[in-house]
Design a protein around this ligand. Structure first.
Ligand code: NAD
Ligand code: UD1
Length: 342
């Protein structure tokens, strides 16, 4: 029998890759998304890859009554994977209330609708941003969390606290919070990938958009950090590796394998790469010279972030397999395909 999984935000970047992995692992998927940062076209692309069109419901999860209604219809679901959120860090600093409302109302409505319908498994998209500026590296799940500098980041920290309280009040409920490091890359088909709206904040889409000529040049935010080449170090992780971790987390919840009702796992490769490493790797895989310039630091950036990955390996049986060059060449393939409209 196929288990049904509700995927909120399933038309988005990480959600769509996870839906593909779920379908390929024989799950039935119901996507809930308001398409505020994605397109319905993704559903056809998922179908092209998997030969299955997932059920899709266009819903804003901030709406209490509609959320409840949808969950009432799908009370046979085994778990929810909660990707739905706004994620633009800079915008969240300008419009904090919009971020708190969207990311927290939709979380609260989802959990309430789950409670009402006895859907007791939950997987949350968290972020390495909850570690703030870490004092020790690599970052283990034991590292203290800190108040993130942005409202976006703070919605992740608050959401984990809400989950902790909720779980203590409800014996039947179990959850896994996955703290992503820096997801990049795209599906090997080139059919799904990251589609930032407007000017990208993140490094990888900025590089590929510069290379196709949509942006004039990449600004590298600082080369005076205490790192090997002065540029900040991050743990870039292929989105397909990340998606696979969600399937393992779903299995762990369904099979009741958890050590505690709320578990937290870092999802990264454990390898740190600098901004210049990423640019060099891009130039190598694309055979292009990237137009870039070193400029001032960006506020809120930390010098180094990379994950300890032992816990995810031990408990989920998960490790990231894909190299930096593989991540970057898949992002590049996606960008080219997108612009050539193929
Ligand atoms: P995305 O914007 O591509 O996907 C989010 C999806 O949620 C979109 O399809 C959007 O339309 C939908 N959505 C937003 N608000 C909604 C609402 N109120 N009701 C229904 N649908 C709604 O983002 P992504 O990169 O795929 O990120 C997925 C999750 O992972 C988010 O929670 C994000 O905060 C988290 N995360 C992302 C990164 C990253 O670098 N991409 C890093 C750490 C954590
Ligand atoms: C950013 C967010 C983080 C969020 C994550 C995923 C900030 C400060 N942090 O992480 O909260 O969880 O995205 O969405 O916004 N860089 C450049 N030029 C650019 C873009 C980036 O030099 O045009 C550099 C940055 O200084 C950083 C590295 O590239 O050192 C990676 O940046 P980015 O992709 O934005 O990710 P993070 O800053 O790690």
């Amino acid at each position: 029998m196929k288990h049904k999984i509700i995927v909120t935000g399933g038309c988005g970047y990480i959600g769509s890759h996870t839906v593909v992995e779920l379908i390929e692992n024989n799950y039935e998927v119901v996507i809930l998304d308001d398409l505020s940062n994605s397109s319905e076209e993704t559903l056809g692309r998922i179908e092209k890859i998997t030969k299955v069109k997932p059920t899709f419901i266009n819903i804003d999860l901030k709406n209490v009554a509609e959320t409840l209604q949808v969950f009432n219809k799908h009370k046979d679901a085994k778990a929810v994977i909660n990707f739905a959120a706004l994620k633009a860090v800079g915008e969240s600093v300008q419009k904090p209330l919009m971020y708190y409302k969207n990311n927290l109302y939709s979380l609260l409505n989802t959990l309430s609708a789950q409670l009402e319908n006895g859907i007791n498994g939950f997987i949350f998209s968290s972020s390495a941003t909850v570690y703030g500026t870490p004092e020790t590296l690599p970052i283990t799940e034991e590292n203290e969390t800190q108040r993130p500098f942005s409202a976006y980041g703070n919605t992740k920290k608050i959401a984990e606290e809400i989950l902790d309280d909720f779980i203590k009040s409800n014996n039947a409920f179990s959850a896994i919070s996955l703290r992503y490091f820096n997801p990049i890359g795209a599906h090997e088909s080139g059919l799904i990938g990251e589609l930032p709206s407007g000017i990208p904040n993140n490094l990888m889409p900025y590089i590929t958009q510069t290379a196709v000529g949509i942006r004039e040049k990449l600004m590298v935010y600082g080369n005076d950090y205490p790192t090997k080449d002065g540029t900040p170090i991050r743990d870039y992780i292929h989105v397909v590796d990340l998606a696979k971790a969600h399937v393992l987390a779903v299995e762990r919840i369904i099979k009741k394998e958890q050590d505690q009702p709320l578990e937290v796992f870092n999802l990264g490769t454990g390898n740190g790469f600098s901004v210049l490493d990423v640019i060099n790797s891009f130039e190598e895989v694309s055979n292009l010279k990237l137009n870039y310039e070193i400029t001032d630091r960006r506020s809120g950036d930390v010098p180094q972030l990379y994950a300890a990955t032992d816990l995810a390996k031990e408990k989920l049986g998960w490790t990231a397999n894909k190299s930096l060059n593989e991540m970057i060449s898949s992002s590049w393939k996606w960008e080219q395909k997108l612009r050539n409209n193929k």
